[in-house]
Design a protein around this ligand. Structure first.
Ligand code: FES
Length: 121
């Protein structure tokens, strides 16, 4: 389990409007050389895995529904953006990272000790 006091905040944009959300409200950014998805729902920004935990569907090609769940385009499993829970009941978790919006930009938090793949649930 990552240490929540050991978060490294990595800037992904100077402003939320620079993220480049597609019409499905999902954008893709690179953090430490890896792609992650960034989704927008009710003016809140969420960071989550580029690939689906089920069979690697590209989450950036899915969409965010009216309840704030992101749906994978491959088999249509849905995940709650707030906690990564698989709300359609298949028992998976979507990897997520905390996001904060500051005056000087948008940041994604990752575990400083374990690096990019030290994930937060
Ligand atoms: S790969 Fe995403 S639901 Fe199957």
């Amino acid at each position: 389990m990552p240490d929540p006091t050991n978060i490294e905040w990595i800037k992904i944009a100077d402003h939320v409007n620079e993220i480049g959300f597609a019409s499905n409200r999902i954008g893709v950014v690179k953090v430490k050389g890896k792609q992650i998805c960034v989704g927008k729902f009710n003016e809140q920004v969420f960071a989550f895995a580029y690939k689906c935990p089920h069979a690697g569907g590209i989450m950036a090609d899915g969409f965010i529904d009216a309840l704030g769940n992101v749906m994978c385009p491959l088999h249509r499993y849905k995940f709650d953006l707030k906690n990564g829970r698989n709300v359609t009941g298949e028992g998976y978790y979507l990897k997520r990272w905390p996001v904060k919006q500051e005056a000087d930009g948008v940041y994604v938090g990752m575990d400083a000790a374990s690096g990019f793949w030290g994930l937060f649930k």
